[in-house]
Structures are given as C-alpha cells and as structure tokens.
Write a protein that binds this ligand. Structure first.
Ligand SMILES: [Zn+2]
Length: 494
C-alpha cells in the first residue's frame, strides 16, 4: 500500500509580551498540542496510526528563531528563562534544535518553511497523498497567521505580509487538491474529519466572505473542521487523545460532497483505559466477546477489549462509508458536546436493520442538534441522543446515536431494535384543514432521499420507511405534513 502522509503543520508564537498574558506566554503551544494528541498520557508514545500512514511535520521556522533570541534576553520571572533552561536541559541549543531532536526521536519527518510561499512548496514536495492535515497556529476571521505580530506601538497585531495566509494564497495553490484525500476517520464510538484547522477563527466568517475552513474545503475538496472564535490551547493541551474535547469546536465540520470518500483505518486505542470507557467493566467486555464470537475469551483483558473494539470499528467503517457515499455526514464528534454514555444493553451485536422510522423534532426548543443533545442528555440525563440521524432545515445530516447502538424511539424494544431512527427538524403538525405546520424544505427532501438511499446500501435488509405514528398510534409524530413524503421514501427501499 502506498504510504500516505499525516501532515502536522505548525505556525509559531509571537514574542512574549508582559501586557498580553493571553497569547504566547510560552513558546510551544502549536508544537506541543499535536504531540499530546498523539498519545493518551502526555508522554511520548507511538501515535495511533494506520500502518501505511506516516507523520510529516511542517513548522514555520522564523517564529521559533525569533522567539529563542528574545527568550535568551528575557527578564527573570517571566517564564522565558525557564523555557530556555528546559530546552537546554534536554541537550538542545535552541528551540529549533529541540524540535529537530524531538521529531527525530519519534521518527517523524520534519521540514521547516520560512515564509508562506514555501509552505505550499513543502506540501507539494511530500512524496505521496495527504491523508490528514492538521494546522495549528494563530488566526483571525479570513486569515491564518504564521506568527502573532507585536507592532511597535501596540501589544498585539498582524504579523508581516509574508506570514499572513489569505483566501488568495489557498486559491492560488488549487493544484494541491489532488494531494488531499477526502477522508473521514470513523472510530468505534465516533467519527472525525481528517483535515482540521486548529487555529482561532478558522471557521469565523469575515463580513460577507468565506472562512478559512470553507475556502480550504472548496479549493481542496475535502471535509474539514475549523473553529469559530477562540481556540483555547490551554484546553487543547490538557485534553489528551482520544478525548478531543479541547479541539476544535466540533460544531464546525464542513462536509464536502463525499463522492469517492476514502476511509482510513480507525484509531484503535491501545490502552485499556480508553477501552474501559467504551465498554464498561472487563466483565462486560467478556460478555460482549462471547456474544460476538460465540466463545469465551482466552486472552488478556486488554486483548478481549481489542477484539471487541475491532468488531465494532470494522462495522462502523463499513456502514458509514456506504452512507457517506450518498450524503455528507456531520459526525457526532464534530458537533456534539458529549460522547454517548454507552450502555452495554444498547449495543447491537448484529445490526440487521429492517426499516427506517421518521420522527420530527417538535417540542425541542430551538431545535438544533445541540439543543436536542442538551435536552435529552443533560436535562433528562438520557444515555445518548435518541435517533441515529438528525436532518436540519438546511439539509445537513447529523450523526445522532452511532449505528452500532439501538436508537430510542418508542416503547416496543424488539421493534426498536430493527429500526434506524431519523429525526427531521421541524414541527410538521398543527394542520388545520390542510393549513399550518412546517413543510419540508427542498434541502431536507433531497438529503432525506440520499440518506435513505445510503441506509439501503448499508443495510439491504431495510425494506420499509414508516412514520413514528405507525408504531405508536397515539403519537402524532412526525406530523400530517410528512405523511405523503414518508410514503415516497418507502418506494426507495422496496
Ligand atoms: Zn417520534
């Protein structure tokens, strides 16, 4: 298999400024974060990569040279002295030297770039396709800053022109689209975009214009996630893999049309700690193992967890690859605040879904997926979102509950087990002699059809699409206004 490259691109810090203790107090935020993301304990360990993926780091060198020179001259008590001493204690003669040693020790390729033009050339020089691109650095709406400026009469400001990446810089390098693989990375419990711009404001739109993440998506034709507002590197650096809570704001994935989406090997956490969090006690893992493989596990606890995990991971990738080939999906890890509190009782050992049930969101205030999560999981303390998918008025398709788990849709548990639940945002009731209530938007219609098509491909055993009301006649869900459309959807799966 051809080697693919996981590119970690780091901008750099500005100089220390005593009047600005919010930015670049230390020198290393943008080069430490990626290291922490790679391992579970904050100490160096091999990154959880697929076998044919190699890390290729690109770092903006001038920032680290300038910062080193400045820190050498520092007044005591600012922390700069300690940074210098720390790096020297590691046997390095500068930040640049320290980073070179650190990357070498991990077996990561490191290339420096000295201005924004060189960045693109370095990307072009990578000897294969880019499976993941993670950018760390500073940013304002519509611009990535390779360094934070400290203009003469101001504490904080833009850096040099050669250090500011704007729309045009990205657009001028459109030829690199061939290099980026449009990838999502499904894992056992959640799925991720492969390409992430982890800077402040990468998803903040300047007035009337596209954000950096949107431009990146449009030019390179990939799923990408970005951050609206501030990226807090204190949080990022304290939440270790696989807890991605620190980065970036997960509401902000941008789907690109996933024709030809390639899915990568999942991250399979190697530590029992993470596996424990997924499946509960070792006893539960044993029970699951037995249910899946029909035999009692003979390996270590960790091996048992691994086997269970890989069963669900493989299935997860299969399912979401097929569905993602029909309609862009916004995965749970990219919009939700909370991971589902997985209960063993709702894990489906076999997902043989036979039908789809359509619900409406009526009754949830505001009714964004986030509101629904808040209502169901925080206010009502449910273990997870009720439905597998949520389709908003713009036609965005959100992953709700992972398909490895049974949805919570109505009281008949046996029937529930066979049904994929889709919630359509809106209140489709209130019909008064044919008037009132929401109608589906065109976007919703299109997305629902595609989603149903994708589900049929993933689960050929699906032969019906019904309303919630059909299974609980006292309910009105999903409302009179959807009835005819649900019949139309049914024709797609027969
Ligand atoms: Zn319902």
């Amino acid at each position: 298999m051809a080697t693919k490259y996981f590119v970690i691109c780091s901008g750099g810090p500005g100089l220390f400024h005593a009047a600005d203790l919010k930015h670049d107090v230390g020198w290393g935020a943008f080069v430490s974060a990626p290291v922490f993301r790679m391992d579970s304990t904050g100490t160096p360990s091999p990154p959880p990569l697929g076998g044919d993926e190699k890390i290729w780091a690109l770092i903006y060198r001038p920032a680290y040279i300038l910062r080193w020179e400045d820190d050498l001259k520092a007044a005591p008590g600012t922390g700069q002295e300690e940074d210098v001493q720390f790096v020297r204690s590691k046997g390095a003669s500068s930040y640049v030297d320290h980073l070179e040693r650190r990357h070498k020790a991990r077996g990561w390729e490191l290339e420096w770039f000295d201005d924004k033009v060189e960045l693109w050339d370095q990307l072009r020089a990578i000897p294969g396709k880019i499976s993941r691109f993670w950018m760390y650095g500073h940013g304002v709406p519509g611009q990535l800053w390779l360094r934070l400026g400290r203009p003469p009469n101001r504490v904080i400001g833009p850096p040099e022109k050669s250090e500011i990446i704007e729309a045009k810089d990205i657009e001028d390098n459109f030829d690199l689209a061939d290099k980026f693989i449009n990838t999502i990375v499904p894992t056992t419990r959640f799925n991720d975009t492969a390409h992430r711009i982890i800077t402040c404001n990468s998803r903040s739109n300047p007035a009337g214009e596209r954000s950096i993440a949107e431009i990146w998506r449009d030019v390179f034709q990939v799923h990408v996630s970005g951050r609206r507002g501030k990226a807090d590197f204190t949080t990022i650096n304290s939440s270790n893999f696989p807890d991605m809570s620190g980065e970036p704001d997960t509401t902000l994935q941008l789907g690109h049309t996933p024709t030809g989406v390639t899915l990568e090997a999942p991250f399979i956490p190697s530590l029992p700690r993470e596996l424990l969090a997924t499946y509960g006690s070792p006893e539960n893992a044993k029970k699951l193992f037995k249910q899946i493989f029909g035999t009692t596990p003979t390996g270590t606890v960790e091996e048992t967890y691994q086997a269970v995990d890989s069963h669900f991971s493989t299935r997860n990738i299969d399912n979401y690859t097929k569905i993602g080939g029909h309609v862009p999906l916004i995965f749970r890890s990219l919009w939700g605040k909370l991971p589902g509190r997985i209960l063993r009782s709702t894990i489906e050992i076999e997902t043989d879904y036979k039908g789809i049930v359509i619900h409406q969101s009526k009754g949830y205030d505001g009714a964004t997926p986030r509101d629904i999560e808040e209502y169901q999981m925080i206010k009502n303390n449910k273990e997870d979102i009720f439905w597998h998918f949520i389709v908003n008025k713009k036609g965005d398709v959100y992953e709700g509950k992972n398909l490895n788990f049974r949805g919570k849709q109505f009281s008949d548990k046996a029937l529930e087990k066979e049904k994929v639940g889709i919630c359509v945002i809106g209140d489709f009731e209130n019909v008064f002699f044919g008037f009132g209530g929401d109608s589906l938007t065109d976007h919703q219609e299109k997305s629902l059809k595609k989603l149903v098509g994708g589900l049929k491909e993933a689960f050929p055993s699906i032969t019906t699409v019904d309303t919630h009301k059909k299974h609980e006649t006292k309910k009105k869900c999903p409302g009179e206004n959807l009835k005819d459309f649900v019949s139309d959807l049914k024709k797609l799966v027969i």
